[in-house]
Each structure stands twice: as structure tokens, then as C-alpha cells.
Design a protein around this ligand. Structure first.
Ligand code: NDP
Ligand code: GDR
Length: 374
């Protein structure tokens, strides 16, 4: 058990919630920054939150925002963290084309604000810094598989902002001797994944369609190839990266890739549906070719359940990403423990349970709207 103190930005997000659990298990006192919203936004961490009047409270939330320098500086001064994990971001690639300036402010300058706060407060030798870098930096890939030395070629405002954050982290390490490092993480998912990222959009829609709550899943580019891992495996690595003698950057990936289309097939199979894909390009669609078991009472063979909607195409697409995690394996002994098949099964089961509850409510006359537009 440790008595270290950690500060997590983005604690209410997918990774932030798993990392907070992981650090609390190790005995850390964990502080997280949450944004003020007009409704509750702490669903992913509610199960670890204790009322501040209780005894031995080790998890604390602070209102804050990565666009607010004085707020960040004050929180860091108050918390005096041994480790900062900068996971907060406008993290949706497609949304970054709609809000490029905000994405740059949060994802790029937000990182600079934290690093400057550490320096301003004289914590360079105390506080270790983890930056949530991304495989999106590789964008239009220059080498396959991608590793720590592969040149970057960002393809979105999100990736361009994260590229600034990557280099400013390297620069503060080199300029001021700070323990600051980048985890270049490939896509990682879980039942806690945001509903508009493609894997969760798929598992949720398949569950809803099987239970008769939605008719059809509309997707963009189904040819896109991704190296998908499980968020639980990846947050373990974020912590490991801050426990070394010297700060270094690491690629974190599984070393395997599949297409969006294959992830749809895999998810459908989890509820007992076999899909057949027909047509091409924007006219591609998938029909139900077989049904097994009783998880899809709403469906019949021949139903069209997946179609392409070009509104989900991006102005510039990242077609293929495949990571080489050799350095993480050799230097840190890290290997992913959960396969994409196991992760998909866990996500579908979670969404199926929710869909079954909603279907029951609907059957008894309650209004249930589960359709997502983004
Ligand atoms: P999520 O989108 O699930 O979580 C993002 C978090 O950032 C949320 O807590 C969100 O708050 C918070 N946030 C957003 N804007 C601000 C802001 N202006 N100020 C403070 N906090 C803010 O992302 P993930 O957990 O999936 O990813 C964590 C990090 O890792 C992100 O930086 C992401 O870009 C990066 N990354 C993710 C990968 C993945 O596959 N998941 C792969 C590689 C990198 P709220 O809950 O209020 O929205
Ligand atoms: P990504 O994840 O852009 O890789 O960024 P996302 O799940 O959004 O897209 C993956 C691929 O699927 C294609 N796609 C669709 N995507 C979405 N969201 N919705 C659709 O309907 C759809 N149809 C096809 C996309 O075009 C893309 O090719 C994620 C985020 O977590 C980033 O923060 C992180 O840095 C990277 O992963 C690594």
C-alpha cells in the first residue's frame, strides 16, 4: 500500500473511472477534476464516491476545467499531487471537426496549462506527469505497425491538438527535467465507453435492435481498421509508466486489428444473430441471415439492421491503425490480458441487460427512447 496522492483530469470519463478504481486499490489518495454541468455527470465514478462526512475518504472531486488556468493552478497547489494523469479532453475525433478551436484549447493548451502550473508552483521534482497521447497522431500511417519511432501525420483537429500536447510534454521533460511522459494509446473500449464511439454505438444498437427498441444501426466508414484493446488493461499501463526510474514514451496496443464491419458481425453474433453484408459503399447494408437463442425476439430473417449514412463520414479519415507494443512488453513487462472478442462479449452483455430492462418498461407502457443520432 502507498500513501501517494494522484490527480486525474477527465476522472468522469471512461479511462478516468477505471484509473481511479485502480489507484484507490493501490492505496492512493485520488483527486479528480469534474466539470460543472447542469445535470449529474459522475455516473462512472458514483460507485467509488463516499460522502465527505464519512471516515477515511480517499476519493475527492474538484470542480474544474482544462480551459481555466487559475482553477488548475489552485487545485494543484491544494492537492500537491505526486502524480498527475491528464486524461481530460474533447476526445471525439468527428466532433473535433465541428469544434476545432475548443478542441485545441482543451486538448493542446490544457496540457500546457497543467505543465506550466507544475513549474509555476515549483513542483517539477515532485510531481510526475502522464499525458494521454493517441494513435490518432499516426493518422495517415507512414509505417505499419506503428511504434514509438513512427513519424506522425495527424488527420483531424483532435489529432493536431494532441500532437501539440505530445511535444510540449516531451519539451518540458527535456527543458526542465520533469518526469513527464506520453502513453501513445491505441483505441480502447469497455462497457463504460461513451455511446457515440463506434464500438459502443454498435453494441448498444445491436442490443436495442434485438430487443425491438430500435430498427436499424446507421454507420459511416465500415472499412476502417482499428487495434482495439480493453480500457482496464490500458489504465494499468498508464500507472506503470509513472513508476519507472526514467520517464519514457510508450506505444500501447494489442498488435491486432479488425474492421468496423467485423466488430458489427462479432457483436451481432453475441446476441445470436448471423449477419450478411450486401451492396457496396454508401449502398452497403446488412440483413439478418440466421437467429439462434432467445436474445433477439424482435427480429426475423431478412430484416435489414445496418445501413451506411454518409453523415458519419469524416472530412479526413484514418483508415487503418495497428500498434506495435514491443517496447512496453520488453521494458515494462506489460501485455494486454483481455482480447477484443472478450471485450465485445462484455460490452454486448452489458448493453443487452439494459435493453431488456428498457423493453420490459416499454411493455408496461412506459415511454423509452433509446435512439442516438451521433
Ligand atoms: P472520455 O471522452 O470518456 O473522457 C474524457 C474526459 O475529459 C471526461 O471526464 C470529460 O468530462 C473530460 N473533459 C472534457 N472536456 C474537458 C474540459 N474542458 N475540462 C476538463 N475535463 C474535460 O475519454 P476516454 O476516457 O476514452 O479517454 C481518456 C483520454 O485518453 C482522452 O484524453 C483521450 O483523448 C485519450 N485517448 C483515448 C483513447 C481511447 O481509445 N479511449 C485512445 C487514446 C487516447 P465530462 O465527463 O464532463 O464530459
Ligand atoms: P476514433 O474512434 O476516431 O478511432 O477515436 P471512433 O470509435 O469514433 O471511430 C473509429 C472508426 O470507426 C469509424 N466509424 C464510426 N465512428 C463513429 N464514432 N460513429 C460511426 O457511426 C462510425 N462509423 C464508422 C470512424 O470513421 C473511425 O474510422 C478514438 C477516440 O477515443 C480518441 O479519443 C482516441 O484518441 C482514438 O480512439 C485512439
Amino acid at each position: 500500500m502507498t500513501n501517494k496522492v494522484a490527480l486525474i483530469t477527465g476522472v468522469t470519463g471512461q479511462d478516468g473511472s477505471y484509473l481511479a478504481e485502480f489507484l484507490l486499490d493501490k492505496g492512493y489518495e485520488v483527486h479528480g477534476i469534474k466539470r460543472r454541468a447542469s445535470s449529474f455527470n459522475t455516473e462512472r465514478v458514483d460507485h467509488i464516491y463516499k460522502d465527505s462526512h464519512e471516515e477515511d475518504v480517499k476519493f475527492h472531486l474538484h470542480y474544474g476545467d482544462l480551459t481555466d488556468t487559475s482553477n488548475l493552478t489552485r487545485i494543484i497547489q491544494q492537492v500537491q499531487p505526486d502524480e498527475i494523469y491528464n486524461l481530460g479532453a474533447q476526445s471525439h475525433v468527428a466532433v473535433s471537426f465541428e469544434s476545432p478551436e475548443y478542441t485545441a484549447d482543451v486538448d493542446a493548451i490544457g496540457t500546457l496549462r497543467l505543465l506550466e502550473a507544475i513549474r509555476f508552483l515549483g513542483l517539477e521534482k515532485k510531481t510526475r506527469f502522464y499525458q494521454a497521447s493517441t494513435s490518432e497522431l499516426f493518422g495517415e500511417v507512414q509505417e505499419t505497425p506503428q511504434r514509438e519511432t513512427t513519424p506522425f501525420y495527424p488527420r483531424s483537429p483532435y489529432a493536431a491538438a494532441k500532437m501539440y500536447a505530445y511535444w510540449i510534454t516531451v519539451n518540458y521533460r527535456e527543458s526542465y527535467g520533469m518526469y513527464a511522459c506520453n502513453g501513445i494509446l491505441f483505441n480502447h473500449e469497455s462497457p463504460r465507453r461513451g455511446e457515440t464511439f463506434v464500438t459502443r454505438k454498435i453494441t448498444r444498437a445491436i442490443a436495442n435492435i434485438a430487443q425491438g427498441l430500435e430498427k436499424c444501426l446507421y454507420l459511416g466508414n465500415m472499412d476502417a481498421l482499428r487495434d482495439w484493446g480493453h480500457a482496464k488493461d490500458y489504465v494499468r499501463m498508464q500507472w506503470m509508466m509513472l513508476q519507472q526510474e526514467q520517464p519514457e514514451d510508450f506505444v500501447i496496443a494489442t498488435g491486432k486489428q479488425i474492421s468496423v464491419r467485423d466488430f458489427v458481425r462479432m457483436s451481432a453474433a453475441e446476441v445470436g444473430i448471423t449477419l450478411e453484408f450486401k451492396g457496396e459503399g454508401v449502398d452497403e447494408y446488412a440483413v439478418v441471415a440466421g437467429i439462434e437463442g432467445d436474445n433477439a425476439p424482435a427480429l426475423s430473417v431478412g430484416d435489414v439492421v445496418v445501413r451506411v449514412d454518409p453523415k458519419y463520414f469524416r472530412p479526413a479519415e484514418v483508415e487503418t491503425l495497428l500498434g506495435d507494443p514491443t517496447k512496453a512488453k520488453e521494458k515494462l513487462g506489460w501485455t494486454p490480458e483481455i482480447t477484443v472478442e472478450e471485450m465485445c462479449a462484455e460490452m454486448v452483455l452489458n448493453d443487452l441487460n439494459k435493453a431488456k430492462q428498457h423493453a420490459l418498461l416499454k411493455k408496461h407502457g412506459y415511454d423509452v427512447n433509446v435512439v442516438l443520432e451521433h
